[in-house]
Design a protein around this ligand. Structure first.
Ligand code: HEC
Length: 132
């Protein structure tokens, strides 16, 4: 039982060598999993010339460099995405909390992301936020 639990945790963390507990879709990357969510739910405001008013572009592959280890434009005490550390990632707090520490919950219109999308982004950060 204990080893099964260890394997479950290991497979959630993407560690090889254990039988897969979460199916073949083990890796989560920016380009294949996260960017498509940004493009469908965030691009309306977060694109060049978009209406977010703060100029954060989440619409393209190069947006990766704008969020990884980058300070919040609104409050530079916060980092947008801190690899391996979702609670230290303002972007994650803003999609998962009704009262994030800076500004509104995102997306600002159209309702929250689905549980699945939020979990996927959390897992991506826990895995070190790989680009591809
Ligand atoms: C309807 C427009 C709109 C949509 C859609 C939207 N945002 Fe925003 N976003 C804003 C505005 C306006 C701000 C600045 C005010 C605030 O933080 O509440 C902002 C701020 C942010 C910030 C903080 C940036 C910083 O440097 O301080 C992040 C991170 C963010 N949004 C992520 C997202 C994500 C991820 C999505 C999609 C899941 C999303 N937003 C969808 C309008 C939007």
């Amino acid at each position: 039982m204990r080893s099964l639990w260890v394997c479950l945790v290991a497979s959630l963390l993407g560690v090889a060598g254990c039988p897969s507990a979460s199916g073949p879709d083990e890796s989560v990357t920016y380009l294949s999993d996260v960017l498509p969510i940004f493009q469908s739910r965030c691009r309306g405001c977060h694109r060049p010339g978009g209406s977010s008013g703060i100029g954060l572009d989440l619409s393209e592959s190069r947006s990766y460099d704008l969020i990884i280890d980058q300070p919040s434009i609104q409050n530079p005490i916060w980092t947008l995405v801190t690899p391996y550390d979702p609670p230290a990632s303002l972007l994650y707090l803003k999609i998962s909390l009704d009262g994030p520490p800076v500004g509104d919950r995102m997306p600002q219109v159209g309702g929250a992301l689905s549980e699945h999308e939020i979990t996927l982004i959390r897992k991506w950060i826990e895995l070190g936020a790989p680009e591809s």
